[in-house]
Design a protein around this ligand. Structure first.
Ligand SMILES: [Zn+2]
Ligand SMILES: [Zn+2]
Length: 275
């Protein structure tokens, strides 16, 4: 199985990353892409990927982190983008990610006085634009994050789109949205399916409409715990739980689990340009 989006680089896994990886390998996870959300976590993603065959890193500045850029005078967008650019030459870095737009007002955030205002959004937009351009320049895949911000995201990706991104881009944890699906179909963008598909009716209906050749699976660990683990409060989510997502997709699509494993693994490899 291919967990195409898993934050093994986050503090939550600092103490037990080895056991978490062992459990994933034991259930048949062969490939993982670890996305960064800022410079530190991007470097950490590379560090973990270096140690494991079949594991890869994505590097990028998450839109949530843009808040730190506007509130911390010691940081500058140019410097951050330069650092990401430097990391792109590492052989284990297969993608820019995760990058995108986010209008969600998080209840739990490390940033005091978090507010989604114009200044914050315009910083998110310029970060996204520069990072899409980096993916094109360096021929990397692109992991797009979008939360309640489709109308900000779509114009930016349309404006900066390059044919090279076709078949190499994913709407990670894709919101169930017809307009996103149309763009994805027209531009060969993959749709990332997460643990919420095990309980969210709108997501289930959406995934039924997505052609199998467009689907990739992801846990987004340590977040988005799937059922039945959610009811059992078995936090945090981890890559071994990808099997619950695969099982749900198989049932939604009326296919065997083996078929879904084979297809989503192949799709993941194709998304990240892995032979
Ligand atoms: Zn995300
Ligand atoms: Zn993520």
């Amino acid at each position: 199985m291919f967990d195409t989006h898993c934050h093994l680089n986050f503090k939550r896994f600092k103490k037990n990353v080895t056991e978490v990886i062992d459990r994933a390998v034991d259930v048949g996870v062969t490939n993982i892409v670890i996305p960064g959300t800022d410079i530190i976590s991007s470097k950490k993603a590379v560090e973990i990927a270096e140690k494991h065959e079949g594991f890869y890193a994505a590097v990028g500045i998450h839109p949530h982190h843009a808040f730190e850029l506007i509130t911390n005078d010691e940081l500058s967008i140019t410097n951050e983008i330069d650092e990401i650019e430097t990391l792109l030459t590492h052989p284990k870095v297969v993608a820019i990610g995760e990058v995108g737009m986010d209008r969600h007002v998080y209840e739990e955030t490390k940033y005091a006085e978090y507010a989604v205002d114009e200044r914050f959004l315009s910083t998110q937009k310029s970060l996204l634009t520069s990072q899409i351009q980096l993916a094109v320049t360096y021929n990397k895949s692109l992991i797009l994050h979008n939360r309640e911000a489709k109308s900000d995201l779509l114009p930016i990706i349309k404006k900066n789109w390059d044919s090279q991104l076709e078949g190499r881009t994913v709407f990670h944890c894709c919101e169930p949205d017809a307009e996103l699906l149309i763009f994805a179909k027209n531009h060969k963008v993959f749709i990332g399916v997460d643990g919420d598909v095990t309980y969210d009716k709108a997501k289930q209906d959406f995934i039924r409409q997505v052609p199998l050749e467009m689907l990739v699976v992801e846990t987004d660990s340590p977040f988005i715990l799937p059922e039945p683990l959610l009811s059992e409060k078995k936090y945090p989510n981890e890559p071994a739980n990808i099997q619950l997502i695969v099982r749900e997709v198989a049932s939604l699509k009326g296919e065997t689990v083996e078929k879904i494993i084979e297809l989503t693994t192949e799709n993941g490899k194709s998304l990240f340009g892995l032979g």
